[in-house]
Design a protein around this ligand. Structure first.
Ligand code: UD1
Length: 443
């Protein structure tokens, strides 16, 4: 078990390159099993979740090779019955292989994912959608088992625009014998990225990014070389790091359009955000104003940035109301922030955050990935030393976060829970960070 030890109070300053998007890479990796030819995927972040997805593909028989930030996947010979259950159980997103396996091999069997720290997270939309496409789906003995001699395609309507269900149905439909329409589809940038990847393989997917996606089945898909979009959640976390530390950070390759909901809220809070085609610069102020937040499916405010925004609001002038509309249990970080002196009351899906003048360092626990990121931000701004336990949750979505934040000036150390230093063995394969901001950088 490892932990972060952060001495707060430094203004973060510098220039940072945003890594590839975890939530785009995971479905794209799952989609790579749709073709017997090699897929070459660039800009892949070496995150714990990506490593787990690679293990899932290998367990099915795929040959996978890393070369720096590139992954080569060859799924010429695959056995859909041979999936590695222990790995599947560790990561909910591994259920994204159901759609592509069913599409290409007419069969998929995966362990039913459990609930997680942020909510119960059922699979009913995925299952209903697969049935609409002509699959027989059984849920028994803790497994989802889907089979279809031929997937015919069909009309799928989601009660809620689920990201994972939209992706699974898109991937199931691409090799079907007919056409499929997904209504009330999720519109996230990661859906568009998956559609672009599939189309690069020869699929016929139209309308991704809107609430209606049309897929015309094709007979076979080829390999493709593809570059994944930058991670908007990692970018948003850097932006909030600048805001909460009264710092000044330039994000080199963030996609401005993907971050508009956060940019609007930061500006309303008094934070300076400069943007152009090349990136985003965020300059904090000593104390920002409170703003209300409502999480919504894209293009609304992302639930994956709600915890980090709560850290900023803990130190704002005034009271902020945060409404969590996506996950029913996504306020666990509030308890931890309270240990650091935040004034937060939670009632169901609503959190009332009364801004305080300062947070103080404390021992806290990362209960999930983004909750952990939020605590890092709070620790960077707090007076004194913050120790964050269970940081393996943070590793799922942030690669060597401590190295990047340290290069931006943060006083952050990763150590074992007994206080001894951590040795990291994997290759350094990611982000370029420097503290030097050229005077004309997005000024
Ligand atoms: C994805 C993201 C996650 C993000 C979330 C919402 C990945 C790997 N993960 O998760 O980081 O927080 O989108 O933006 O991309 N639901 C059902 N039944 C279903 C499916 C979903 O009721 O069959 C509900 C969920 O419980 C949740 C809501 O729909 O309340 C949204 O979930 P969904 O969009 O499916 O999230 P994920 O794809 O799991």
């Amino acid at each position: 078990m490892e932990r972060y030890v952060i001495t707060g109070g430094t203004r973060l300053h510098g220039f940072v390159e945003v890594c590839g998007a975890k939530n785009a890479v995971l479905p794209i990796l799952a989609a790579s099993v749709l073709s017997p030819e090699t897929c070459v995927i660039h800009n892949v972040p070496r995150l714990q979740d990506v490593v787990l997805m690679v293990e899932v593909l290998k367990s099915l028989g795929a040959k996978v090779k890393w070369e720096n930030k590139t992954l080569m996947v060859n799924a010429a010979v695959l056995d859909p019955t041979r999936i590695l259950e222990e790995v599947m159980k560790k990561m909910r997103a591994s259920n994204l292989v159901i759609g592509p396996l069913l599409s290409r091999f007419h069969y998929a069997r995966v362990p039913f994912p459990g609930g997680c720290a942020i909510g119960s997270r059922p699979m009913d939309y995925h299952i209903k959608g697969l049935r609409q496409l002509g699959a027989e789906v059984d849920e028994r003995y803790g497994y989802i088992e889907a089979r279809a001699l031929t997937l015919t395609g069909g009309e799928v309507y989601f009660d809620f625009p689920s990201v994972g269900a939209t992706e699974n149905i898109m991937m199931a439909a691409v090799l079907s014998s007919g056409s499929t329409v997904i209504r009330n589809a999720a519109r996230e940038p990661e859906i568009v990225d998956l559609a672009n990847f599939l189309n690069g393989m020869g699929a016929k997917v139209r309308g991704a990014g809107s609430d209606t996606i049309q897929i015309c089945g094709v007979e076979r898909l080829s390999g493709v070389e593809y570059r994944v979009i930058p991670d908007r959640i990692v970018a948003g976390t850097y932006m909030l790091a600048a805001a909460i530390t009264n710092g000044d950070i330039v994000l080199k390759n963030a996609v401005v359009e993907h971050l508009e909901p956060l940019i609007a809220k930061l500006r309303a809070a008094g934070v300076t955000v400069l943007k152009n085609g090349r990136g985003i610069r965020v300059r904090g102020i000593p104390r920002c104003k409170s703003v209300d937040i409502k999480t919504m499916p894209y293009p609304g405010f992302p639930t994956d940035i709600q915890p980090q925004m709560m850290s900023l609001m803990s130190l704002a002038q005034g009271t902020s109301i945060i409404l969590e509309n996506i996950f029913e249990n996504r306020f666990k970080h509030a308890d931890e922030l309270r240990r650091m002196g935040a004034s937060i009351t939670v009632e169901g899906r609503v959190a009332v955050v009364k801004g305080v003048k300062k947070l103080t360092g404390a021992e806290v626990e990362a209960t999930d990935l983004r909750a952990g990121a939020a605590l890092v931000l709070a620790g960077l701004a707090a007076e004194g030393v913050t120790v964050i336990h269970n940081i393996e949750h943070i590793d799922r979505g942030y690669h060597r976060l401590e190295e990047k934040y340290a290069l931006l000036g943060a006083n952050i150390k990763r150590e074992k829970s007994n206080g001894s230093p951590c040795k990291r063995l994997e290759d350094r394969c990611e982000t370029v960070v420097s503290q030097e901001i050229k005077s004309n950088a997005l000024s």
